[in-house]
Design a protein around this ligand. Structure first.
Ligand SMILES: Cc1cc2nc3c(=O)[nH]c(=O)nc-3n(C[C@H](O)[C@H](O)[C@H](O)COP(=O)(O)OP(=O)(O)OC[C@H]3O[C@@H](n4cnc5c(N)ncnc54)[C@H](O)[C@@H]3O)c2cc1C
Length: 401
């Protein structure tokens, strides 16, 4: 197949979709090659045996993501907003820590929670102010040396506050128990949390994919098409076919290019009382569980009696499902969450890329073969970064000399 002004986009995740929509907006007709049988990549919602939708890896949309507003009609996704804060399981009770700036009613509970000291609360407010000042790019391109864990220590947070709140909260976001991402990634994430809402589409995260894919008009989508080699003007498919185009944008990581964080996500039956509002629960004393939520709080009746759990494999690795289930069950029992049958589970080996630095991707990323690069693994581990990288790669292709 040949094409004179038809760029090839490899990978139909968020980055590939944003690239195709950008290219279409200038009147071009890209060819999108996707290895699997569906678009969306890591944005995926499955149905449990009883039909309840469950996201393959618990994920949320932060409405402050600048790129989201370019592409997504949020109200059309019927978003359910999370309470800005968390319930923290300490000494057999749930304590509430919420952002009193946005939830004034939570002030008393937060102040009397016993999580952290007064100094910790002042420090976190200062840090929020710091993260929210200047441009989003300056925050992302800022502090890249050291880890978030080291950064929090240097900012004077007590070990208790890190162990009880910052650690479990951000390890669930980074999918990294050691909080190794650079401070810039932490500050950017904090900025996004502090300046917008945290939502989940009512029908699950894949609703976003349906919305984006539904807007493609000129793109030739080829599913079940695995690319094995790319160069500036053509790609080779697994089946041996060559596809030529007027440029190649690849949102697919080259083998061994980056290391990935993995996670285990499962749904358990539970008889434990739910929170009664959409909020995340943190288990600071747990060995592998980072966060939980009662699905009924977010999905209503269909989520009744179901606890959604995210766990990190740690140094032992994900291993087999039985071993992971045992460890998770132990954590849930210790927290009084009364786990019954495990109704659904998934292991995601390549959940989030480990990056030494996050890039606002303002520079053009092209590899030595002249291929434009996109995907969260070249920018930052988030949906926002994936969408932005796809757009910027497409814009770079369109404005090429
Ligand atoms: C458990 C989990 C929780 C997350 N939580 C959040 C969150 O709360 N908030 C947030 O902003 N982000 C979150 N993310 C991150 C977000 O989902 C990703 O950053 C984003 O979806 C990445 O999009 P992408 O297009 O870069 O990559 P992908 O989605 O991985 O897309 C790549 C596509 O390329 C295809 N492909 C691979 N190899 C080939 C090949 N050889 N030929 C053709 N096609 C190929 C794949 O099938 C895939 O469809 C989370 C991710 C996970 C897994």
């Amino acid at each position: 197949m040949t094409g004179n002004d038809r760029p090839i986009v490899v990978g139909g995740g968020a980055a590939g979709l944003a690239a195709c929509l950008t290219i279409e907006s200038q009147g071009h007709a890209p060819i999108l090659l996707e290895a699997s049988d569906r678009l969306g990549g890591r944005l995926r919602t499955e149905r449990m045996a009883d039909g309840t939708p469950v996201d393959v890896g618990f994920q949320v949309l932060l409405t402050a993501y600048p790129e989201l507003h370019r592409w997504v009609d949020l109200p059309a996704l019927d978003p359910v907003a999370f309470v800005p804060g968390a319930r923290i399981r300490k000494h057999g009770r749930w304590k509430t820590l919420a952002d009193p700036r946005r939830l004034p009613g939570s002030l008393l509970a937060t102040l009397t929670s016993g999580v952290g000291t007064w100094g910790d609360r002042i420090r976190i407010l200062r840090l929020v102010r710091e993260a929210c000042s200047g441009s989003a790019e300056s925050v992302q391109d800022g502090l890249t040396t050291g880890s978030t864990a080291e950064f929090l220590q240097t900012r004077g947070f007590t070990n208790d506050f890190i162990r009880d709140f910052l650690g479990p909260f951000f390890s669930g976001i980074f999918l990294d128990a050691r909080l190794s991402p650079p401070p810039a990634q932490f500050l950017y994430t904090l900025r996004m949390f502090a300046s917008g809402a945290v939502v989940r589409p009512a029908a699950g995260i894949e609703a976003l994919v349906r919305q984006l894919a539904g807007r493609l008009e000129r793109t030739e989508v080829r599913l079940g098409t695995r690319v094995v080699a790319v160069s500036a003007g053509r790609v080779e498919l697994e089946c041996g076919e060559m596809v030529k185009g007027s440029g190649v944008i690849s949102s697919v990581e080259r083998r061994s290019e980056v290391e990935w964080n993995s996670c285990f996500n499962a749904v358990f039956e539970t008889k434990a009382p739910r929170f009664g509002q959409p909020i995340i629960g943190l288990l600071p004393d747990a060995a592998c569980v980072t966060n939980v939520h009662f699905m009924e709080d977010i999905q209503g009746e269909e989520g009744r009696g179901k606890l959604n759990v995210t766990a990190l494999p740690g140094s032992k690795g994900v291993g087999d499902v039985l071993a992971m289930e045992r460890r998770v069950r132990h954590d849930l029992e210790a927290a009084g969450l009364q786990p019954g049958a495990m109704l659904w589970h998934t292991i995601i080996h390549k959940a989030l890329p480990q990056l030494d630095a996050v890039r606002s991707s303002l520079e053009i990323l092209r590899n030595e073969a002249g291929v434009y690069l996109a995907g969260d693994h070249v920018a930052a581990p988030s949906l926002d970064a994936a969408l932005r990288s796809g757009r910027l790669a497409a814009e770079s292709w369109m404005t090429r000399p």
